[in-house]
Design a protein around this ligand. Structure first.
Ligand code: CTP
Ligand code: MG
Length: 228
């Protein structure tokens, strides 16, 4: 089984309020993307790592990452697109045809573990598509446009989707092609597969696998790392 991981890292990180895009912000001295690159490099099921970056960061990536760390599985970056979905699609088009399983993992989630990677791969081999997720913990309310509550939503079967997400390669290709031709925009890759009517399996993720979105999340990420 040949598996590749696409690492979308071509966003601007507008919600951090910082100039530097998230993948290049340092956590304890290392650019955030390096954490994911190293974890996938070490995973024995992974044959290739395909980063997707803004074109303007190609030189920095080569200088600060490819030339400095032993990342033999890491390919040259491909350029991102307007939205995350476009970036993943660009990564997908760059993969060799003999790749059987494709994992997608956001550079903005630096604390993915080998166990979660293994779990999504196994589930994707078995079911075709799978992602890591955690059960919703907060009480959920639906409100009208004036912020008056309409209802409390039953959270017992609700999950917060994370990455990694893993797919049989032909299924993910079909899902992206169909989304592109329908003009459909999803916020993750699993949603593109769901709309084909294909089953998607949830595997347990972890609250440590946080996505860095705001400046406060950076503080949290640094604290988690200092404690581990
Ligand atoms: N991403 C990407 N290409 C885009 C947009 C996002 O590759 N056009 C990547 C980001 O770099 C990130 C992941 O997708 O690793 C998840 O996106 P998000 O957390 O929303 O990051 P940004 O889009 O960079 O941040 P923001 O939405 O705050 O601008
Ligand atoms: Mg974004």
């Amino acid at each position: 089984m040949r598996a590749a991981v696409i690492i979308p890292a071509a966003g601007t990180g507008s919600r951090t309020g910082l100039k530097t895009p998230k993948p290049f912000i340092r956590i304890s001295g290392s650019p955030m993307i390096l954490f994911s690159l190293k974890t996938f490099q070490r995973h024995r099921s992974i044959a290739l790592v395909q980063p997707v970056l803004p074109k303007s960061y190609f030189p920095a990536f080569e200088r600060r990452i490819l030339n400095r760390y032993p990342l033999s599985k890491c390919r040259s970056p491909v350029r991102g697109g307007r939205e995350r979905q476009d970036s993943v699609f660009n990564g997908l088009k760059a993969l060799p045809d003999d790749i059987e399983i494709v994992i997608v993992h956001d550079a903005a989630r630096p604390f993915v573990t080998p166990a979660v990677i293994s779990a999504v791969i196994s589930a994707a081999v078995h079911d075709g598509a799978a992602f890591a997720a955690v059960p919703v913990q907060d009480t959920l309310k639906r409100a009208d446009s004036a912020s008056l509550v309409e209802a409390t939503v039953d959270r017992s079967r609700l999950w917060q989707a994370q990455t990694p997400q893993a797919f049989r390669a032909p299924l993910l290709r079909e899902a992206h092609l169909r989304a592109a031709s329908d003009g459909y925009r999803g916020t993750d890759d699993a949603s593109l597969v769901e709309r084909l009517g294909h089953p998607v399996r949830i595997v347990p993720g972890s609250s440590r696998n946080l996505k860095v979105t705001t400046a406060d999340d950076m503080v949290l990420a640094r604290a988690l790392l200092a404690r581990s």
